[in-house]
Design a protein around this ligand. Sequence first.
Ligand code: ATR
Length: 283
Amino acid sequence: MSDLYCVFGNPIGHSKSPAIHAAFAAETGQDMIYEARLAAVDGFDRAVSAFVAAGGKGANVTVPFKEEAFRLATRLSERAARAGAVNTLLFDGDGILGDNTDGAGLVRDIADNLGYSPTGRRILLLGAGGAARGVIAPLLAARPSSLFIANRSADKAEALAAAFADMAAGQAGLPLAAVDAGSFAKIAGMRFDLVINATSASLSGQSVPLPPGILAEAGLAYDMMYGKGETPFMAQAREQGVARCSDGLGMLVEQAAEAFFVWRAVRPVTRHVLADLRAKLGR
Ligand code: ATR
């Protein structure tokens, strides 16, 4: 019998994860089934229990259950503990392992697919919600020269910077990444190489209130969101003259590949899967 996996979310109808994992399984010759499962907003624990009882081996978790998955896990990877959220569950004889592959997926997409290594760069991370928190540890592990977390509510950005300060200073033998945080107004006059949008502004079609000029030296503007066309943040970055802009479709594929590796210990090649998804979105 094929091993069973799924993604839990609400809503879940439009999830691309089943198609991505089916392609990975075919490419790597893994005998597995991967389904989308709708969990009731107040029924995540029940949905997971039923899935485990049915023989489920692992699951992805998406909106709005990543924090609940974090609480449900009986063990956490270090990156999930740092993120405060879980997007990958592994059910084994020892209970439930909670992992988070979002940040690794982001860094892999930026460094490998887009060829823009974060190492030594001045990074600006926009947003201080769950999406931002989930990617900070892997970004710092890539050893940027600095990381500034900017958010509409400055206090949330400052709290995040404080939560990760030990990581910036704690990498023995490596140059320290200067981690700072504040409001969008605070970055006026500063310059960055890599700008990552982790706000949900694009979801509501809004642009981020960036001071003029801060993207003048940026080599890559990355929106963790994706949609049919250019996101509002990508348009904003292009208008400010950024040479290269990307949406988060590659991050979606890479976080899936990282989860696949957690479950199967096999790393799928992602290039064709990403190209197919882009073609389906008409790009
Ligand atoms: P997620 O899990 O997607 O991170 P979240 O935790 O609700 O969702 O966080 C949303 C983030 O987007 C926050 O950083 C929010 O800023 P505030 O903390 O000030 O609320 C940011 N955000 C949402 N809409 C925005 C907008 N129109 N302009 C700028 N930032 C916005």
